[in-house]
Design a protein around this ligand. Structure first.
Ligand SMILES: [Zn+2]
Length: 74
């Protein structure tokens, strides 16, 4: 028998009421760079957070002039 099947277990009550076992919603993740609530953060190779899905965007490198610095020298 699965102990989590007991109907009146407080964890089950909390799960039904709030969706979380302890009845409290966990704190939302916030970007350490811009402070916005975010779903994804980006880190560089050193493990430093450099931004999130809110304050950063991705761009096709073929469309980014900074990816072709040799062209700017011409
Ligand atoms: Zn951010």
């Amino acid at each position: 028998m699965n102990p989590y099947d007991i109907p009146d277990h407080p964890v089950i009550v909390n799960m039904e009421r709030t969706g979380y076992p302890d009845g409290k919603e966990p704190p939302m993740p916030h970007c350490p760079v811009c402070g916005a609530e975010c779903e994804t953060i980006y880190r560089n190779r050193s493990g430093e957070s450099v931004g999130c899905d809110v304050c950063m965007n991705t761009l096709d490198a073929w469309d980014a002039p900074e990816c072709f610095p040799e062209k700017e020298d011409l």
